[in-house]
Design a protein around this ligand. Sequence first.
Ligand code: ATP
Length: 436
Amino acid sequence: MDKLVSLAKRRGFVFQSSEVYGGLGSVWDYGPLGVALKRNIKDRWWHSLVQARDDIEGLDAAILMHPRVWEASGHVAGFADPMVDCRACKARFRADKLTDARCPQKPSKVPGEHTTCDLTAPRQFNLMFKTFMGPMEETASVVYLRPETAQGIYVNYLNVLNSSRQKIPFGIAQIGKAFRNEITPGNFIFRTREFEQMEMQFFVKPGTDDEWFEQWRVIRMAWHQGLGLDRARLRWHQHAAGELAHYAKAAYDIEYEFPFGWQEIEGVHNRTDFDLSRHQEHSGKKLEYFEPASNERYLPYVVETSAGADRVMLAVMADAYREETVADELRVVMGFAPHVAPIKAAVLPLMKKDGQPELALELYHDLRAKLPAFYDDGGAIGRRYRRQDEIGTPWCITIDHDTASQRSVTIRHRDSMAQDRVGLDQVKGWLMERLG
Ligand code: ATP
């Protein structure tokens, strides 16, 4: 993890928020390559759900919502983690994440230095960030930063249904920021206080929910595998009865084996009609669906797929990182699948003379119109290749002394380091073909 965090900073994937002021706890900024990588992941998600299917619509609901939404959803009363403090060493942690009833800092054997655990009783700590709407900082003007994007979908489900002419079963997908005042954030961008969710809520007829739940599990696992993640590092974790959230009838997490262990990257939940019935009750508005074919009215059940864009990106980065020794030198490679790599191709003139930079720039500008490309003419070619390996660029295109006369270039493959000779006017097609 230390190597990954340092590469992320050095090469412009992720920076600490407000670093010049010493950073802000577990809040991160995405640099030029990080924003490109995360966008590629989000675009793939959106494409697979919204663009490639007829039965899912997109939505972008506001972060701020009516405060009664969070009363209805159960978040005001129940979105809390049990927090425990150690009076001896001042550590604070989640009681439900402890393996035994001892302070995680472990008492020291040195006399006078925290030799005993002195734990407080667990207290429920609500994870929602509060702020005020309008000029008065009073109870009546409290609003929350949403802790999940799902509620924006539930309260809009009839709007989407009526305006899109969808029929049940159908889904609504949304990508957006969510905020949780986590007690123990950490592991870089794994658990943060501000993060992005990619959530899809699928509305189905009660009685068909188990079947849809199974279908969505299959689709979602395949999506993660399609990102190029190592299949051996992906697994399912089924929530046992005691672990299930208040709204869930069944829940499975997709877990990835991070350097710090197996952890959730996405949850697939059968939320029943819990949310819609609560919003119906609290708003006083009928949220039932009328099914013309059967003349029935019912509240749909919801199968939810909820992934964190930041967590998935961390999984993609951890999975891609590798070190190799080549000719007694360390080669660090981010082996991203080409479709998620932030930069697809680098154009490198071998020498800064004989018209090579001009030819290289012409190719670079031509490629850039179609795909994220990079131009680099500084330093030894071997070092330039290493720089591209480290940011995961799948192909380096080298313009050399034969390019002008033969109208051809070499294309170096990041993983095998093998080189192909390709006609200059075929480079774009060659790349596009491999990017699908
Ligand atoms: P955890 O048990 O790890 O706190 P959760 O079960 O509360 O997670 P969900 O409420 O199911 O998580 O949220 C769905 C997804 O949102 C998670 O699978 C994760 O990818 C992402 N997510 C949740 N909390 C955070 C966070 N604090 N930072 C980054 N991503 C998060």
